[in-house]
Design a protein around this ligand. Structure first.
Ligand SMILES: CC(C)C[C@H](NC(=O)C[C@H](O)[C@H](CC1CCCCC1)NC(=O)CC[C@H](O)[C@H](Cc1ccccc1)NC(=O)OC(C)(C)C)C(=O)O
Length: 331
């Protein structure tokens, strides 16, 4: 079997996150979920979520599904890097993504969501695509959709083809040659503690020389920006007129009129260039002439993160074979 579904930016002005339609239950209930390779819980706004915490999101109602089953005594609670959080109970039900079906997927139903989830009307929940070791369900952790679907897939892979300010695609079970150019470079993945962790072969700022210093980080579709070591980030913004590291805005900002260099990162022998337009992420507030950078320092995070700003510049194969690998191709 295979599956293919669109990854749609939730905001047409800048790519803060992407959502993908899924169906849950019988008859099918359609929700838009944020596919997140940086976590491993599949959770949804639901009929168990207090109505005061719902603002326009679609919800999953297990009682309306003839195939839903309560996973008795199981609970979950998750807090993300940006401080947002949710918790609740667990059902199993039929679940599909782009035509690919899993019969008894653990669906974590929110009984509580933090305010940042309530105010993000376009996100009806998350679909974790990290390793199942990161799943937070107690007393028994649950498998991700990808882990449940793997045995039905021609090849145990999914691919991310995220795009700039337009819809991209998540494919499951096959690699679409039409989506990339050249050869795919595969690199090892360390699945501990549960992220898609790999090592980049180095970077270059604009037309500067390529530094061959390895950078270990995670490929994370659920993080908007790129977070790298301070030395790299300061080297980048040294090339941007008027750039400053703003405590007020929590990162590097610069005049929106500034000329930005592109940023190149290596995977094996292949080089990926993030265009300057992706590196100017967004005005700090609507209409401001001060812009927030798409590259920020990872010093406060503890891990380097190749988020959407970088992933948009590549076609990425998440290979769930044993051992797992990541494939990167230009497009
Ligand atoms: C609990 C663990 C098992 C897993 C957990 N994983 C993570 O925190 C990484 C994971 O990819 C999470 C997944 C996101 C959580 C929040 C909702 C959207 C998905 N990423 C994160 O927690 C990182 C947060 C994102 O980068 C936000 C996302 C966002 C989306 C829409 C609106 C506002 C903000 N963007 C964001 O802040 O963009 C700015 C900086 C331009 C404003 C962890 O490592 O702690």
């Amino acid at each position: 079997d295979t599956g293919s579904a669109a990854a749609v930016p939730i905001d047409p002005r800048f790519d803060i996150a992407y959502v993908t339609p899924v169906t849950i239950g019988t008859p099918p209930q359609t929700l838009q979920l944020d596919f997140d390779t940086g976590s491993s819980d599949l959770w949804v706004f639901s009929s168990h979520t207090p109505t005061s915490q719902i603002r326009g999101q679609e919800i999953y109602t297990p009682d309306k599904s003839t195939t839903s089953k309560l996973l008795d005594g199981h609970t979950w609670s998750i807090t993300y890097g940006d401080g947002s959080a949710s918790r609740g109970n667990v059902y199993t039900d039929n679940f599909t993504v782009g035509g690919l079906a899993v019969a008894s997927q653990a669906i974590q139903c929110a009984q509580q969501v933090s305010s940042s989830f309530t105010t993000e009307e376009s996100i009806d929940g998350l679909l974790g695509l990290g390793f199942s070791t990161l799943n937070t369900v107690n007393p028994a952790s649950q498998l991700t959709f990808f882990d449940n679907a793997k045995s039905k897939l021609g090849s145990p892979v999914f691919t991310a083809d995220l795009k700039n300010k337009q819809a991209g695609t998540y494919d499951f079970g096959f690699i679409d040659k039409a989506k990339y150019t050249g050869e795919i470079t595969y690199v090892p993945v360390n699945p501990d503690p549960g992220y898609w962790t790999f090592t980049s072969s180095g970077y270059a700022v604009g037309s500067g020389n390529f530094s061959g210093s390895p950078i270990t980080g995670i490929a994370d579709t659920g993080t908007s920006l790129v977070y790298l070591p301070t030395a790299i980030v300061t080297a980048y913004y040294r090339q941007v007129q008027g750039a400053t590291n703003s405590r007020n805005y929590g990162g590097y900002v610069f005049p929106c009129s500034a000329t930005l260099p592109p940023f190149t990162f290596g995977v094996g022998e292949t080089k990926f260039t993030i265009p300057a337009s992706y590196m100017s992420y967004a005005p700090v507030t609507d209409g401001s002439s001060t812009c927030f950078g798409g590259l920020q320092s990872s010093s406060g995070i503890g891990v380097n993160i190749w988020g959407d700003v970088a992933l948009k510049a590549a076609f990425v194969v998440f290979n769930g074979a044993n051992p797992p690998t990541l494939g990167w191709a230009t497009k």
